[in-house]
Write a protein that binds this ligand. Structure first.
Ligand SMILES: Cc1cc2nc3c(=O)[nH]c(=O)nc-3n(C[C@H](O)[C@H](O)[C@H](O)COP(=O)(O)O)c2cc1C
Length: 179
């Protein structure tokens, strides 16, 4: 019997389900199927700027206007968000794939060098915002909850810039642009 058949069970409705161990690799396989909207988190000023590409940015609530993002505590971005108490959440579109890779650290660029090749403005909070983002949300840190490898940052929204288009999606290890 192969592993696939061994793990097949029938639920109360008589539908077959495949159970896998609840380990990190299986969870990653499940999460690869989940399309995530791509945002670039920005923080800091001048040469102290840095940032990261994330799929974890979403709304906590719209009234009051609060965002949340899950950031790796060992990333270069979290200490800068913590120090400045602000973050820009830049929802990026189909023209920003290279920039998203840059902010994921893929070209080896770090800190302020990740801002190369795009136009930026400074938000009310002091966070940099991407001028041609699909939308850019300026936040100050309301609360940061450190758990396990990550920190859940709750951002109080100070200002919003609305651009055009739709966010890039990241699914199955690659970007997808919605037309
Ligand atoms: C599509 C995509 C989504 C990502 N989502 C997250 C995320 O939600 N949280 C996070 O901490 N890192 C996420 N990362 C990883 C960060 O972009 C970055 O690689 C990581 O913070 C390491 O950055 P550092 O070189 O600044 O330390 C994602 C990367 C990619 C390509």
């Amino acid at each position: 019997m192969n592993a696939h058949v061994e793990n097949t069970h029938f639920n109360l409705h008589g539908t077959s389900v495949i159970e896998q161990p609840a380990d990190a690799d299986t969870l990653k396989a499940a999460l690869r199927t989940l399309g995530g909207g791509v945002s670039i988190i920005t923080a800091g000023e001048g040469e102290a700027r840095t940032g990261a590409t994330v799929t974890s940015a979403t709304a906590l609530s719209v009234e009051p206007a609060r965002m949340l993002v899950s950031l790796n505590r060992s990333s270069s971005t979290w200490p800068v968000v913590e120090r400045y108490g602000h973050l820009g959440i830049n929802i990026v579109g189909s023209t920003h794939e290279a920039l998203a890779n840059q902010f994921a650290g893929r070209g080896g660029l770090r800190g302020a060098d990740r801002y190369r090749g795009a136009e930026w403005t400074t938000a009310v909070s002091g966070a940099p915002l991407l001028v041609d983002a699909v939308a850019a949300i300026d936040c100050v840190v309301e609360e940061a909850i450190e758990r396990h490898s990550h920190v859940i940052v709750i951002g109080k929204v100070l200002a919003i810039r609305l651009g055009a288009g739709h966010s890039l999606l990241y699914q199955d290890g690659r970007y997808h642009a919605l037309s």
